[in-house]
Design a protein around this ligand. Sequence first.
Ligand SMILES: NC(=O)C1=CN([C@@H]2O[C@H](COP(=O)(O)OP(=O)(O)OC[C@H]3O[C@@H](n4cnc5c(N)ncnc54)[C@H](OP(=O)(O)O)[C@@H]3O)[C@@H](O)[C@H]2O)C=CC1
Ligand SMILES: O=C(O)CCC(=O)C(=O)O
Length: 431
Amino acid sequence: MSGTLFSDASSRLERALKYVSISDDAIERLKYPKASLNVSIPVRMDDGSLRIFQGYRVRYDDTRGPGKGGVRYHPNVSSDEVKSLAFWMTFKCALLDLPFGGAKGGITLNPKELSRAELERLSRGYIEAIADFIGPDVDILAPDVYTNEMIMGWMMDQYSVIQRKICPAVVTGKPLTMGGSQGRDTATGTGAFYVIHSLLPKFDKKPENTTVAVQGFGNAGAVVADLLAKAGYKVVAVSDSRGGVYTENGLDIAAIRQYKREHKGITAFYCEDTVCNIGEHRSISNEELLTLDVDVLIPAALENQITAENADKIQARYIFEVANGPTTSEADRILEEKGIFVFPDILVNAGGVTVSYFEWVQNRSGLYWRLTEINERLKERMVTEAEKVWVLSREFDISPRTAAYVHAIERLGEALDAKGTRDYYINGKMH
Ligand SMILES: NC(=O)C1=CN([C@@H]2O[C@H](COP(=O)(O)OP(=O)(O)OC[C@H]3O[C@@H](n4cnc5c(N)ncnc54)[C@H](OP(=O)(O)O)[C@@H]3O)[C@@H](O)[C@H]2O)C=CC1
Ligand SMILES: O=C(O)CCC(=O)C(=O)O
C-alpha cells in the first residue's frame, strides 16, 4: 500500500463523491478529524517499575450525534490507525442510521504480556487521561481488538469515579451486571451473519453449496463462523494470530470455539485430538487461508490483509469484510477487475455498534430488553441497510463499497448542511 492507512481510507470517500450531491463545504469538513487526543499513561507494573504507554482517542465527526467507537489494545496501534478507524466509524454509524458520529481509541501495547492487575491499572489510567474528552453525550467507548467486557467495566467504573455518579452510558459492551446489553458480546458476528445470509441468495448461493474461510477467531470471527456453520454453510478454514486449520469437509466450529476458550491456539485442537490422525485436517498459514479456493472469504482480524501483493491470488468469489479495513484500495481495484464482490466493513461489521446503540438507549431509559428483542431489531437494521447498499450498487453499477459510502455520505451531507453556517462565526462576529 502506498501512503498512510488514512490516505488509503479516505480515497474511498473521493471515489464515492461523484455519485452524491452534497455541498463542497460538507465534503471539505469530512476530510479532517474534528478532534484528536494523544496521551501518555504511566502504569506501575507488578515488579515495581514504571512503564509509560501511548494512548489515543480521535473524534472524527459528531454532526449526527456523539462520537462512538471502540478502544483497541495492540502493538500496531498508532495515531494514523486510530484516525482511520474513527473515519470508518463515522460512515458506519451514518450507514446504519444510528444517531452517532465516529470515534475510536487505542493504546499501543501487547496486552498478552500484562497481568490482569496491570491491565486494570492501564485501563483506568487511560480513562483518567481522556476523561475530559469523552462522555455519554460527547463520545462513547466500546470494545475492539484485544479489549473485552471486563475492560469496558473498569473503564465505565473509572469514569463514574471521576464524575462522582454512575455513568453507564459512557461505555458500551460492559458486563450485564454493570448495565451491559444482552447480545452485545455476539453482535458483530451476528450482524455479519444476517448480512451474509441475506445477500448470498442474490447470487443463487445456498448454505449447502457454499464454502467459507474465516481469518481471525475472536469476538467477531468466531461468532460469524459458528453461526454460518449452524446455518449449514461449510466453514472449511479458520485461523487466529498463530495460524489456521483447514479441511475440505467442513470444521466443527463449536468444538474449536470451546477449545479456544480454554487454550491459546486453534491449530493445536486437531493435533492434540484424535481427529488430527484421520489426516483430513491440515494446518495452514494466514496467508494461505486468504487465497484458498472457497466461495466466501471473511477477513475478521486486522487491516491491510488483502493487498496489491496477494489480491491477484484470491480465489473466493465473495468477500465479506468483518475486520475494519482488511482490503487496501489497490487490492480493491484488482478484485473488482477479477469480478469479486467485496461487501465492505462499514456495512458487514456494523452489528457491533448497532447493539452498542441499543445498549446506550437502554442505559438512558433504564428499561432493558430481552435477547430475542435485541436480535430482531439488529436483524431488521442490518438486512434493510444491506438491501439499500445492494440496490444502489446495481442502480449505479458501482461496487458495494462505493454504494455503501454513497448511502452514508448522503446522510452525513444532509446533517452537515442542516447545521448551517455556524462555522463562519469567529470571535462572536459573522464573517
Ligand atoms: N469487537 C467488535 O465489536 C468489533 C470488531 N470489529 C473488527 O473486527 C476485527 C476483529 O476484532 P475482534 O474480533 O473484536 O477482536 P478480538 O480481539 O476478539 O479477536 C481478534 C482475533 O484476530 C486474531 N488475529 C490477530 N492478529 C492476527 C493476524 N495477524 N492474523 C490472523 N488473525 C489474527 C486473534 O488471534 P489470537 O486469538 O491468537 O490473538 C483473534 O482471534 C477488527 O478489525 C475489529 O476492528 C468491527 C466491529 C466491531
Ligand atoms: O460498538 C461500538 O461502539 C464500536 C465498535 C467498533 O469499534 C467498530 O465497529 O469498529
